[in-house]
Design a protein around this ligand. Structure first.
Ligand SMILES: [Zn+2]
Length: 232
């Protein structure tokens, strides 16, 4: 039995609306179709993701939240939580760590998917911080009762996550076959209307990248992850 067959709950923690859909939507859709419960946490409001100077962050955050909810519905995600930090201003602070620990303890996943913070090349600051905070939240903070004692008082008790899949990684050591859900991934990406300039070329670009990854694992289409394992 592969580990994935023993699991039934996954939590995606990303920085912005659309990060999850570019990084791991094929995997999320696959697991949801296998009966898993999949949840998403979006740390920032995505309010600065535009080149349109007439658009305000306030208007954009509402648009992006709706787009993310639509994408999540396409994938079969059960619930999306928005932490609401300003786009570009995510910090590795006690407050953010506590908020992510709360979500890990609320959703009690077997696997967490989050941006790989250990990329050798530069990545968006919010992605790096989201990934680092999330890995730290999984281990040790969500696991140990005495970290963030206020959370236990709120009813969010310790939880052990078995694995973290680092998304958008340059150190890929695990591939998931998404040949059956690549079209669902493209559908989910199309829900991010405000973010996609080249709708025509989107499917082709996504398939090209997934085929490249698939080739390394013997699948038609794949997503790739940097795997971190923890003791349960
Ligand atoms: Zn992003």
């Amino acid at each position: 039995m592969t580990t994935e067959q023993a699991y039934s709950r996954a939590l995606v923690v990303v920085a912005h609306p659309d990060d999850a859909d570019f990084g791991c939507a094929g995997t999320v859709a696959k697991w949801a179709r296998q009966g898993w419960e999949v949840f998403m946490v979006i740390c920032t409001d995505g309010g600065k993701g535009t080149t349109d100077t007439e658009m305000t962050p306030q208007r954009l955050r509402a648009i992006r939240e709706e787009e993310q909810r639509n994408a999540a519905t396409v994938l079969g995600v059960k619930e999306v939580a928005f932490l609401g930090y300003p786009d570009g201003e995510l910090e590795d602070s006690r407050e953010v760590r506590r908020d992510v620990v709360r979500e890990v303890r609320r959703f009690r996943p077997d696997i967490v998917l989050t941006p790989d913070p250990y990329r050798a090349t530069h990545s968006h600051r919010d992605h790096r911080i989201c990934g680092q905070v999330t890995l730290d939240a999984v281990f040790p903070y969500a696991r140990d009762y005495h970290h963030f004692p206020e959370l236990a008082k709120e009813g969010f008790l310790p939880h052990k996550t078995a694995e973290v899949y680092g998304v958008m990684s340059d150190h890929i050591d695990h591939y998931v076959d998404i040949s059956d859900t690549i079209d669902v991934k493209i559908e989910a990406l199309k829900a991010h209307v405000s973010q996609i300039r080249d709708r025509e070329g989107l499917a082709e670009r996504v398939k090209e990248r997934a085929a490249e990854l698939g080739k390394k694992a013997g699948y038609t289409y794949a997503e790739g992850f940097h795997r971190f394992r923890f003791q349960r």
